[in-house]
Design a protein around this ligand. Sequence first.
Ligand code: SAM
Length: 258
Amino acid sequence: MEMIDLIGARMPLEGAQVLDVGSGWLPIIPIMFSFRGVGKIYLTDLNRLMSLPSLNAAIRALRAEEKRIAAHWNLPPGALSAFLAQASSATNLDQALGSLRLSYLAPCDCQHLDLPANSLDLVISRAVLEHVPPPVIQNIFIEAQRLLKPGALTAHIVDNSDHWEHGDKSLSRINFLRFSADFFRWTHINSLDYQNRLRHSQYIAMLRKANLTMVEDRADVDPQALADTKTLPLHPDFQGFAPEDLAAINSWLLARKT
Ligand SMILES: C[S@@+](CC[C@H](N)C(=O)[O-])C[C@H]1O[C@@H](n2cnc3c(N)ncnc32)[C@H](O)[C@@H]1O
């Protein structure tokens, strides 16, 4: 909801044409954008992961939060349920997505999409970029720059923490910065485990390189991770970064095509 509010404060959501990079299984954020009035959201993924059951799981998750969502936007109780009703009773994925103004393009690669230049009002991603190799991210930003209308926005939420810590709380949230690239490669023999270890400042540099102008960025610096930058034996690859950059656990990045 915060992401939608931050974007909604800077552009009209009503009728906007939106692209979601790497939609995964549960299009919770795209459904919320649609609920808030955007005209169409293109959902993307390298693989066709979404199904009617996974879409229904997203709808159930949203229904479970209905009271909180209604209170946040000062809406009548039941407004979200009414919006979701047609999708909930759909018998196939296309019908359900259509009723939510979602268009599923997968399988596709956001480095090159079959959409016209200057056609989108917004390109978003959440929990995607940290799993994407840097040259691919650069191409995704360049493609976003092509697709966005002049003046339109792109917004990204990135989890920069070591994802191995998510399952083992004894680890530092920046533990993975101890390792060389060659050694770290062994942790993601399974490509689903891939993490690029990019830091906050590197995403900003890549957005700028794609000819996008930064509007706002927030680095959520974790105090323990900041302390860990002084005690962990950081690999030389990471020693040239500011401690706050290394300890930025979450990034919020908002840029504009000028
Ligand atoms: C962690 S998952 C999805 C998270 C989802 N956005 C959410 O909020 O639940 C990241 C997804 O990005 C997709 N992805 C990675 N690179 C991509 C690319 N170049 N184009 C489109 N999707 C990509 C992956 O296939 C994966 O399903």
